[in-house]
Design a protein around this ligand. Sequence first.
Ligand code: HEC
Length: 171
Amino acid sequence: MKQGQKSFDMFSLVVGALAAVAVAIVVLAIAVPDLSLRMFAADTEDHRVAVEDRIRPLSQVYLPGEEHGAPEPVIASAEPVVPVATLLTGPQVYNEACIACHGSGIGGAPMISDAAAWAPRIAQGISVLRERAIAGFQGSTGFMPPKGARVDLSDQEINDAVDYMVAEARK
Ligand code: HEC
């Protein structure tokens, strides 16, 4: 009987110990997730930043102006380009637009080298010659088309050409 009592005590002890371990496991099972949640809380800003840093790609492609942390590209404001109006000189205009008729006397045009033909015309005054060269002129020897049919030329260019022709005729 004594032997039986001893076995029972031993048995109770083991069962008690096992029960204690079971309780400890239950307590831990409840406490640990709670604890780990607090230790590795996933909903904090630090956590989010840390995770994003760990999983960020090795490299990234940025389009111009998108550079991470780069300052906005400064676009220099360029001065608008003002086209330079280049005027043709008197001789240039003559060679381009007047020589066809005034070089050879075609259609009754006074030849540039014909001083006699030019003398009475020059006597009218330079302003009359310039006006007729720009506006066109029907005279007794033929038709002088406006600007020698080169309406793309400026009045200034035609005036310079007239001055050149008059100067040549006087030579
Ligand atoms: C298509 C032929 C033709 C071209 C091109 C031409 N002329 Fe004439 N021009 C004439 C004729 C013809 C006359 C003479 C008109 C008249 O007196 O009957 C004339 C006359 C003139 C006269 C004299 C006007 C006057 O009052 O006597 C001037 C100045 C003149 N031309 C300037 C020019 C200039 C400058 C150009 C070039 C930009 C030019 N011409 C191109 C045909 C031309």
